[in-house]
Design a binder for this molecule. Structure first.
Ligand code: COA
Length: 331
């Protein structure tokens, strides 16, 4: 059988125009720029407009990624969308994006792995490509987190922002080969980070709305500890699976949840200078599934990656879910 290598051959991102600053949040809840910046590293995040939805933001990021890949929309044969803020519970946001793009040949599927969604989608795309089932897979991660954020709850509302990212994973062409992916989950901790109502356990009702149960609920301290531990171990497993050394990594692109979580991960890479741990958290906050993809796209645009350079992506989120993926620039 032919030895196929899945590679990311194009990336894209979309951030809505409206900026929500720490000063804006000071007007909304009892908080301060100083508290937010020292505890999270965030200064700003973006907010989608009232007529802007996950599907539309995802489609914009997707078009940028397809253009970057040098392919056409007609060549896309599968669309995978990672989101925890779909336009509807059903039909899938992937189908809506398929329609917006006019990707007539593509099958479409949503996946839900919260902030780890981009990595779960990459893992599926890698398997689909390497098995020969598909040739050009569009991975989209898009979130309108502002639609489930409680702007009266200071412990969560300062953290989240809206945005989308995408990439095209192909069996051919230049790009970033996906060398190894490691994923994990722990449903025991499901309630640490949850949107309690709106599913079949607690369908929407006047009571659930009155009780703010359609918003993100989070045990921040607990989540923080798991995030550091799980991302560290996913990175190690991913590096071991690829049979390389930490010294072989050029860039680490972590989920942009909190600068203190990112710094804790960075400390694990003793040979890597802190500037090589890529950050967008200060300007976009936590955009859940989209965050790693937005950061990877911006890294590719800012740096000209040399042949052979390796990038390690890592993410963590509700579920709990976590993962890491190792990419290598190849011509
Ligand atoms: N402004 C001012 N004070 C705030 C605040 C805000 N926006 N949010 C919380 N506080 C207060 C708390 O009420 C608490 O006050 P108290 O001591 O009087 O009770 C105090 O600040 C400390 O709260 P704590 O939750 O211990 O702060 P923290 O240092 O753990 O930081 C988070 C809180 C949410 C920033 C941090 O826990 C975190 O980032 N967790 C992970 C979140 C995450 O990444 N989630 C997504 C994973 S994908």
């Amino acid at each position: 059988m032919m030895n196929r290598v899945a590679r990311i051959r194009g990336t894209g991102a979309y951030l809505p125009e409206k900026v929500l600053t720490n000063q804006d949040l000071e007007q909304m809840v009892d908080t301060s720029d100083e508290w937010i910046f020292t505890r999270t590293g965030m200064k700003e995040r973006r907010l989608a407009g009232p007529d802007e939805f996950t599907s539309g933001m995802g489609a914009k990021a997707a078009l940028a990624a397809i253009e970057d890949s040098g392919l056409t929309v007609d060549e896309i044969d599968f669309i995978l969308v990672a989101t925890l803020t779909p336009d509807y519970i059903f039909p899938s946001t992937a189908c809506l994006i398929q329609q917006l793009l006019g990707a007539k040949k593509a099958a479409s599927l949503d996946i839900q792995a919260a902030c780890t969604g981009y990595l779960y989608a990459l893992s599926l795309a890698k398997s689909f490509i390497e098995s020969g089932a598909y040739r050009h897979i569009l991975v989209v991660a898009a979130e309108k987190l502002s639609s489930i954020t409680n702007y009266k709850d200071r412990s969560t509302c300062v953290l989240f922002g809206d945005g989308a990212s995408a990439c095209v994973v192909s069996s051919e062409g230049e790009g970033l080969a996906i060398q190894s992916v490691r994923l994990g989950s722990d449903g025991e901790q499901a309630e640490l980070l949850i949107q309690p109502a709106g599913g079949c356990r607690l369908p929407a009702s006047a009571e659930t709305v009155a009780g703010d149960q359609h918003y993100i609920k989070m045990a921040g301290n607990e989540v923080f500890k798991h995030a550091v531990r799980r991302m560290e171990s996913a990175c190690k497993e991913c590096i071991d699976a690829a049979q390389i050394d930490e010294l072989d990594i050029s860039w680490v692109v972590p989920h942009q949840a909190n600068i203190r979580i990112i710094d804790a991960i960075a400390k694990r890479f003793k040979h890597l200078s802190p500037e090589r741990v890529y950050k967008t958290v200060q300007k976009y906050g936590n955009t859940s599934a989209s965050s790693v993809g937005i950061a990877l796209h911006e890294l590719r645009k800012e740096q000209s990656l040399q042949e052979g350079e390796r990038i390690l992506l890592t993410a963590f989120g509700a579920g709990l879910t976590w993962g890491a993926a190792l990419l290598q620039a190849q011509r």
